[in-house]
Unconditional design. Structure first.
Length: 533
């Protein structure tokens, strides 16, 4: 239901609305956001770096007593990426520019948290997840996993190729500079107090980078000499505010020996302690305020960047859906994830496939495994198409009938996205006749194209990484066959037989009626059968 209020704001009531599958970008972002630990989370590794929340992987000794944490690093990294935003001219913000060495070398970015997180960001980035999205997700997952509120996440940040203008606030600046700095970033004075408190519930200040703020501590539980902002530095809670109000704070930016750098003291006190007192009095108010401010911080993007809708978990989500033509058989591989469920041996899950002739077939799915997210708050169960105790077998379909869409039946309840079904494109797919090795042929990719579809182009897609680590897709066109080579009675082959790199990996793309489609799973040439000699 949508209500229009007098002020013109749209308010959406009722159950959370999720996007329609398939949407390659949203599917990929949703997976990094929600498939955090356990089954089918190979590319979504962010949560493994903040679990447990005191984990710190970059200490030379990997000491649990370094006093540092990856969780704090993620949050500071995201803030320093966002803080260059100029809301007047729309430049700067969450565009991943903090990964660039030139930004990291600036005095305003003193510290090693940025370099620490960047190596991990690279493992998550792909064609649909930018460096900037991965930085935002790292911070969000750290906050949510370590006791914080759930944060609305949008994707679609675009990676900058060059550094932004400087603009991260520094502790020695005065209060007016900080108010002006946050105003430039798009935050009021009250929001500044909130955002600083929300960030400084994690981590602290290191002696090695800020010797004028923190002395050598001689503390065996803080071997990196980190003076923490509150007594619970790896947990989201309102202690940063409560300890400030009660006068017990050890925050080095409040009670530091050099008053010039006591920026948190000036900021927290700038409205006569009103905002920070409200946080000290109410953990719930602090959490809800931080959820809102963190979301806005992460959504601080240069003008012209259009973020996606807030990404909600799909209740029923097909995953790794992959078609392969095997002679006269169309193989349909896949999994389905049931969000926020635990394993239940009495549950029955069926997949129904709808073909091009209006016919259907169905198969019972078997439980495969579970995954979890948000520090164990959510569990999801995964079921495999035609899974057996030996693994995942494809469903074997008739290529003539093909497959247009799927629906699922979970304990007798139809799950079909409100009647839309889960659309499957069977217009083109890898053919099992693809091969590698055997001179003179090094590799041949055969793509089976459904007769009558007539794509204007069929091509291999390879991920290209440029000198500043931005991802883009290189398309390698397959020359249309001069005469049709039948794969079977419903499909013909488009072949590329001059491939020389056996380590090549790719997806397949095609342009049909002006729209580009891509296969989902990355294909590796070394998986192909040997070419016949
Ligand atoms: C006037 C504004 C701010 C100033 C002057 C400031 C200053 C600092 C300084 C000097 C450090 C120590 C860094 C180190 O030793 O590596 C720090 C750490 C940190 N800051 Fe801020 N900060 C500000 C605002 C924020 C905001 C808005 C956030 C997030 C919303 C944030 C999040 C963090 C976090 C999580 C750490 C801990 C990093 C770690 O322990 O690895 N800061 N801040
Ligand atoms: C922000 O952008 C405006 C418009 O270009 C400019 O006048 C202003 O100086 C910028 N602010 C900062 C702090 O760079
Ligand atoms: C206090 O900090 C300011 C700014 O970093 C610095 O210029 C000054 O020397 C410091 N004073 C002491 C006593 O460390
Ligand atoms: C704000 O709180 C701090 C810490 O308790 C205290 O030192 C300061 O006097 C307070 N400021 C005001 C205006 O009440
Ligand atoms: C998750 O499932 C539990 C148990 O069925 C339910 O109480 C809870 O509301 C669900 N949470 C969400 C966010 O759907
Ligand atoms: C599943 O297929 C069987 C035949 O194989 C059919 O009898 C049954 O009605 C189908 N069930 C559904 C839900 O389509
Ligand atoms: C499941 O896989 C097995 C082994 O490949 C095959 O014999 C069987 O026909 C498949 N079931 C369906 C419904 O496709
Ligand atoms: C292979 O053939 C395709 C056309 O099918 C052509 O576009 C491509 O440049 C060729 N690649 C090599 C390495 O010769």
């Amino acid at each position: 239901m949508v209500f229009r209020l007098a002020c013109g704001t749209l308010v959406f009531l009722g159950t959370a609305h999720a996007y329609v599958w398939p949407s390659p970008q949203l599917d990929a972002l949703e997976a990094v956001r929600f498939d955090q630990l356990g089954f089918n989370t190979l590319i979504a590794t962010l949560a493994t770096f903040v679990q447990p929340c005191n984990l710190f992987l970059f200490d030379p000794t990997i000491s649990p007593n370094s006093g540092r944490s990856d969780a704090a690093d993620w949050i500071r990294t995201a803030y320093h990426d966002a803080a260059t935003h100029n809301s007047t001219d729309g430049t700067g913000g969450m565009d991943g520019s903090i990964r660039l060495p030139e930004e990291q070398a600036r005095a305003e970015n003193a510290g090693n948290g940025f370099a620490n997180t960047m190596g991990i960001v690279l493992a998550v980035v792909d064609r649909y997840v930018s460096n900037a999205d991965a930085i935002a997700l790292g911070a969000l997952i750290a906050i949510e996993t370590c006791g914080g509120p759930e944060i609305a996440f949008r994707g679609g940040r675009v990676d900058a190729a060059v550094p932004n203008a400087p603009g991260v606030p520094a502790p020695e600046q005065d209060l007016d500079s900080h108010i002006a700095s946050f105003a430039r970033q798009g935050f009021t004075q009250t929001e500044m107090i909130g955002l600083v408190a929300c960030g400084h519930t994690f981590g602290g200040v290191q002696h090695s980078f800020f010797p004028n703020i923190v002395n050598v501590l001689n503390d065996p539980t803080s071997t990196d000499n980190v003076a923490h902002f509150d007594s619970t530095p790896v947990t989201f809670d309102n202690n940063v505010a409560a300890e400030y109000i009660s006068g017990t704070t050890t925050n080095p930016l409040v009670v530091g020996f050099n008053d010039t750098t006591n920026s948190d003291k000036r900021i927290f006190g700038s409205d006569g302690n009103a905002t920070i007192l409200s946080f000290a009095n109410s953990p719930d108010l602090f959490a809800s305020t931080c959820a809102d401010l963190f979301a806005r911080m992460l959504d601080t993007v240069p003008s012209g960047v259009e973020l996606t809708e807030v990404i909600k978990p799909l209740p029923v989500k097909p995953s790794s859906v992959n078609l392969i033509m095997d002679g006269d058989t169309l193989q349909l591989f896949g999994l389905v994830r049931l969000w926020n469920t635990t394993e239940d041996p009495t549950r029955t899950v069926r997949v129904i496939w709808h073909d091009h002739n209006g016919g259907t077939g169905n198969s019972t799915l078997n439980f495969v495994s579970t995954s979890s997210s948000t520090g164990g708050k959510y569990t999801a169960t995964w079921y495999g198409f035609n899974s057996t105790v030996f693994g995942l077998m494809p469903l074997l379909l008739d290529p003539v009938a093909g497959v247009k869409s799927l629906s699922f039946v979970v304990d007798g309840i139809l799950e079909d996205q409100g009647g839309l079904g889960f659309a499957i494109q069977d217009a083109f797919m890898l053919s099992q006749t693809s091969c590698q090795g055997g001179l003179p042929v090094i590799g041949r990719v055969d793509v089976a194209v459904r007769n009558g579809v007539n794509p204007s182009r069929v091509y291999l897609e390879q991920i290209n990484i440029d000198s500043v680590l931005r991802r883009s897709i290189t398309e390698i066109d397959i020359t249309p066959p001069s005469q049709l080579v039948a794969a079977n009675s419903a499909y013909s082959l488009w072949s590329m037989n001059n491939l020389t790199d056996q380590s090549m990996s790719f997806t397949i793309g095609a342009e049909i009626d002006g729209i580009k489609y891509s296969t989902t799973d990355v294909l590796y040439m070394f998986d192909f059968a040997p070419c016949p000699t």
